[in-house]
Design a protein. Structure first.
Length: 458
């Protein structure tokens, strides 16, 4: 056995031995209800999580770990560790805030209690993105080892505190404190493998624009028996407006947005997508392109929520004012600001009966395409192949990470790679989110192998 393979085998064993510690980390992290929205959860929950990261990454060998206030009022957690003289610098990114649990009744296990079931670990944030935090900690501990050896590269660490809310605090921090982020390679660990056990680098992200549309038709609610019929119903007007966002095939149909893009990378078989997305038997997929086209090369509109009376407790009244939250994802090649204007124009111009429509932009982020021809990607491909025994594939992702564009703009010479533990079975953002611990183990090993090999790959 060669010296290199012996070293890799030893690193693999160190990672495997650290997996009980990774479960302990994730158990503590999931228990912290770090939803970065004070209307839903106390801000102290995010503060506890940030303090946990400061302690844990200090113990894992990083220095000067601390909380840094960002312009949106939340805290990032940052730190660093020096490598040998002349070594390249790698930034490790993750976020510690999570999505709200949504419907607690839909969870089969407590959302804020890490629970093992059928070999997976369940809990809100178990994959997105606290599983990636556990991955980082495991990789750093494996590299440092019990003897406290130094790291083979210079390391910078940044954990965001409001990524799921899309308020842009970290994106605004980059130009204010660029020294926290500058690196030769930026590992953005908030994605995952195309399929369980298939090592994947995400090279394309859709951009995002969210709006809240308010429709008003009456001075106040009116009795549906006395006034229903001629009285303009705000909810019915909203339904018509929202229905016009898609054509009869389900394609996004917003005037001014090109919707015929074709994905040229890895295919996404329709049957696999139906399983991954949990599509009910007899229900068709929508859109006229392939699954990969619709996910990664074309705009996609989604109604995220509607404010109107719930069924239980509703009264016999014509609605006067209702709201909806609408999300539009845009692929590389479409400007997110132009998409916002097109969406706004569509919502306001399609209102029936002269209904009054107000559109309030919430957040926006440009699409992203990674440069994949540098030494970091070569080293990453090798590391993932060693960790998984399979060649790395490249895929797109329908989600948005606006930070990537900010980093690319401020550090144009840096390579940006998106990896992580989040595969389709994780059900991120949905009830019953989970992570397969084998992904934490394999990705921690891949990260450790990458950091070791990248030191000499340039």
């Amino acid at each position: 056995m060669s010296a290199e393979s012996t070293e890799t085998a030893a690193l693999r064993e160190r990672v495997r031995a650290l997996m009980p510690r990774a479960k302990e980390d994730l158990t503590a992290l999931v228990a912290m209800r770090s939803v970065a929205d004070p209307r839903q959860f106390p801000p102290e929950e995010c503060a506890k999580t940030a303090d946990f990261l400061v302690r844990a990454f200090t113990e894992a060998g990083l220095r000067d770990m601390r909380r840094v206030a960002t312009p949106d009022g939340t805290d990032a957690v940052v730190g660093h560790a020096p490598g040998p003289e002349g070594a390249p610098t790698v930034l490790l990114y993750c976020h510690y805030d999570v999505q709200p649990p949504l419907d607690d009744a839909a969870w089969r296990t407590p959302p804020f209690e890490l629970t093992e079931r059928d070999g997976r670990w369940y809990g809100r944030g178990a994959a997105d993105c606290k599983g990636n935090i556990a991955m980082h900690l495991t990789a750093l501990r494996a590299l440092g080892g019990p003897e406290g050896r130094g790291f083979p590269v210079n390391i910078k660490f940044v954990a965001e505190g409001s990524e799921e809310q899309g308020t842009g605090g970290l994106e605004q921090l980059v130009p204010l404190q660029p020294e926290l982020f500058s690196a030769d390679t930026l590992l953005v660990c908030d994605t995952g493998n195309f399929a369980l056990g298939l090592p994947t680098a995400t090279t394309s992200l859709r951009g995002l624009t969210n709006v809240v549309v308010t429709v008003s038709t009456l001075k106040g609610e009116m009795h549906s028996g006395m006034f229903g019929g001629p009285a303009p119903d705000a909810l019915a007007a909203l339904v018509r407006i929202l229905d016009g966002l898609r054509d009869e095939h389900g394609n996004t149909a917003i005037k001014g947005l090109e919707g015929e893009g074709v994905w040229e990378g890895v295919d996404y078989p329709a049957d696999q997508f139906r399983t991954d997305a949990g599509v009910l038997d007899g229900v068709s997929l929508v859109g006229t392109g392939s699954v990969a086209d619709e996910l990664w090369a074309r705009p996609a509109v989604t109604v995220l929520g509607i404010d109107c009376p719930p069924v239980v407790g509703s009264s016999a009244a014509v609605q006067a004012r209702v709201r909806a939250r609408v999300s539009l994802r845009v692929p590389p090649g479409i400007d997110a600001d132009a998409a916002l204007r097109a969406l706004t124009d569509h919502l306001t111009s399609t209102a029936p009966w002269g209904a009054r429509v107000e559109v309030e932009p919430e957040s926006a982020g440009q699409p992203f395409r990674a440069r994949t021809d540098g030494p970091a990607y070569r080293a990453l491909g090798t590391a993932l192949r060693e960790a998984y025994g399979k060649d790395m594939v490249q895929s797109g992702q329908g989600g948005s990470i606006p930070l990537c564009n900010v980093l690319a703009a401020h550090f144009p010479d840096a390579e940006i790679a998106l990896i992580g533990v989040e595969e389709p079975g994780c059900l991120i953002h949905a009830p019953n989110e989970s992570v397969d611990p084998s992904e934490i183990e394999h990705m921690a090993l891949a990260e450790a192998l990458f950091l070791r090999s990248y030191a000499t790959a340039r």
